[in-house]
Structure formats: structure tokens, C-alpha cells
Design a protein around this ligand. Structure first.
Ligand code: G7M
Length: 318
């Protein structure tokens, strides 16, 4: 991609005119079960990644839509009692959007690697590997990659989306909808709690002193889910990623009915409840928590920048 002629998003709004400038380069990856995909190209000459996905069908109005809201109904299989058909939903004035787009613009090389289809491998991160490989990697993680987090925490971005804020330099946090959720389908409810204090880079940094804050995150997430969305606490799955994609502590809060996506699988997701329990069972000394001393198994894509570093360290110690 030629970046020399680019003008960049700061000069343009993301609107239909900008989308009209899209120059498609290639499909980075696709999900055949959701029909969603990541496209790479340029907008106004600047690298951009577009995630394109059909919005979920709204279950509260689907009965009516099937009854009287379809056109060009075409039955292509009749093997009674089994039928299959294609149809189009009529567009009406109040039609809900049928496409959800997420755009990264300008897209950096790291974004392109992250969203490219790639083979994955399992690693076992001992405390030794953590200190010799992961800590230096986190130290080298560009501060600019956390800018979006501090923009949210400082109220400069997504301010209207904040569902809860507890301001406190030690144990403050916010709860807001995750980028992944368009706030339409309750089944796909996906919130995120982000702590205010920098320095807890991953769950390995958690100590017993953090237990009250973690329990408060759990309590407030349950309250928000109930009061704002009518979702009982038994219908929430709360978990923490290891490895996460960014090194500022945060918790995923998801409707348990949401189909388990890759980020909810063992090999990356750890239940908040389990983490709290492990901390409670840990000795008081911060360096001695179970989380600091245990070996974590996790899966990394080969394009992840940690991948070659861990692989080399593992190969050398074999
Ligand atoms: O894997 P990890 O635990 O680091 O997950 C990061 C989460 O942050 C993912 O669920 C992303 O969808 C979410 N996320 C990433 N960005 C860039 C944003 C953002 O700009 N706003 C919000 N609300 N969530 C984000």
C-alpha cells in the first residue's frame, strides 16, 4: 500500500463519501459461521481494516417480520416436512441497520497481523518465561497502543457510553459496552470493565489487595446488567484474558447466551470468579500469589509479536 499519498482520518470524517474511496486489497480473514470478515484496503489512500458483519436478527420482532415483512420468498428445497427457502426482508422506513461495520483507520502493521488468518500454537508460560520474555515484551509495547484506553478513562472518547464510573486513583474503574457490541441484541451483550490505575498489566500483577476492587467490579457489572438490560447476574460470564491484547487491566462481561467466540475459550479466558478465588487462597506477599507463581497455558497466533520470542525461548531450553 502506498502511504505517501495518504491524507489520513484526521482530515476526513468516516462517512459514506469516505467509504466510496475504499480501495480493496485483500480479505484478511473470514468466519464462516457468522459470515463476517476482515477486509484490508485503503480509505483516502490510508491503510484501513474493515470488519463487516450482518447485524443479529431482533428476536422481539422476528415473528411479525416472517409473517408480513418478507419479499422475494423462494423455496429451493421441498422434502416434506423439511423446507429451505431464501428471502429478503422488506426495507421499511424504520428498518433496523442490517450491517455492522468496525473500522480501524489508519491501520498499523500490528493490526493487519492481528486480524490476518493464521495458525495458532499452545504455549506454557512458566514464571521464568514470564520474567525473561513477556515482561520485556510488555515493556516494549508502544504507549500509543493504550491511547484509546486513556481517552476513555479521561472522558475524551466514548463518554456517552459509560455505564458506571467509580473515580478513585487506587481502585476506580469504568464499565462500558465493548467495541464488539453494537448494543442491539441482548443475547450478544458484551461489556468491559477497565480499571483506572495504570500498572496492573495482566492478571499476573493482581494481588490480594485487589480482591475488594475485583469484587466491586463483579457487583457493579451485575447491577448494571440488571438495571439497564434486565439481565440477571446468573446470566453473565465474566472473564479475563491471558494473554490480553492490551496491557491495562480489564474484565470482559458477556451474556452467557452469546455463542462462545474464540476469546471465551480455555487457552485465553479465565473466569473472574476463579481469579478472585485464587487470590483469596494465595499468601499475602504480592510476589507469592498463585497467579504470580503458576504456569499459564495459552494459545497464540503465529503473527503475534510474542510468538517468535516465546518460541525461541522454549526451543533454546528444550
Ligand atoms: O483481549 P483483550 O482482553 O485485551 O480484549 C480487549 C477488548 O477491548 C476487546 O474485547 C475489544 O473489543 C475491546 N476494545 C478494543 N478497542 C480498541 C476498544 C475501543 O476503542 N472501545 C471499546 N469500548 N472497546 C474496545
Amino acid at each position: 500500500m502506498n502511504e505517501s499519498t495518504s491524507t489520513g482520518p484526521s482530515d476526513h470524517a468516516l462517512d459514506l463519501d469516505t467509504l466510496n474511496t475504499f480501495v480493496f486489497e485483500r480479505v484478511l480473514s473470514e468466519n464462516t459461521s457468522t459470515g463476517s470478515m476482515f477486509l484490508l484496503g485503503t480509505l483516502h489512500g490510508t491503510p484501513a481494516i474493515l470488519h463487516v458483519q450482518r447485524t443479529l436478527l431482533p428476536s422481539d420482532t422476528m415473528g411479525e417480520t416472517v409473517k408480513s415483512g418478507l419479499e422475494s420468498f423462494n423455496v429451493f428445497l421441498d422434502n416434506r416436512p423439511y423446507f429451505s427457502a431464501h428471502a429478503l426482508i422488506k426495507r421499511t422506513k424504520g428498518s433496523a441497520p442490517n450491517l455492522q461495520l468496525k473500522v480501524i483507520w489508519p491501520a498499523q502493521e500490528d493490526h493487519i497481523r492481528k486480524y490476518s488468518a493464521q495458525a495458532r500454537r499452545m504455549f506454557h508460560e512458566t514464571p521464568e518465561l514470564y520474567h525473561s520474555v513477556v515482561v520485556p515484551y510488555m515493556d516494549s509495547f508502544p504507549a500509543s497502543r493504550l491511547e484509546w484506553v486513556f481517552n476513555i478513562l479521561d472522558g475524551k472518547k466514548e463518554a456517552e457510553r459509560i455505564l458506571y464510573r467509580r473515580s478513585d486513583p487506587e481502585d476506580g474503574f469504568i464499565i462500558l459496552p465493548d467495541l464488539k457490541w453494537d448494543e442491539t441484541s441482548l443475547n450478544a451483550l458484551y461489556l468491559q470493565a477497565v480499571v483506572q490505575k495504570p500498572g496492573i498489566r495482566t492478571l499476573r500483577d493482581l494481588t490480594k489487595n485487589h480482591v475488594p476492587m475485583l469484587k466491586e467490579i463483579r457487583r457493579q457489572a451485575q447491577r448494571v446488567a440488571m438495571e439497564k438490560y434486565g439481565l440477571e447476574k446468573e446470566r453473565l460470564r465474566m472473564f479475563i484474558h491471558y494473554q490480553p491484547s492490551y496491557y491495562h487491566f480489564h474484565v470482559h462481561i458477556v451474556n452467557i447466551d452469546h455463542d462462545a467466540a474464540a476469546g471465551m475459550l480455555v487457552g485465553q479466558a479465565h473466569l473472574l470468579d476463579d481469579i478472585i478465588s485464587l487470590l483469596e487462597l494465595s499468601p499475602d506477599a504480592p510476589a507469592q500469589t498463585i497467579l504470580a507463581r503458576m504456569t499459564f497455558g495459552y494459545i497464540l497466533g503465529m503473527e503475534h509479536k510474542l510468538f517468535p520470542l516465546l518460541k525461541q525461548a522454549v526451543d533454546e531450553s528444550a
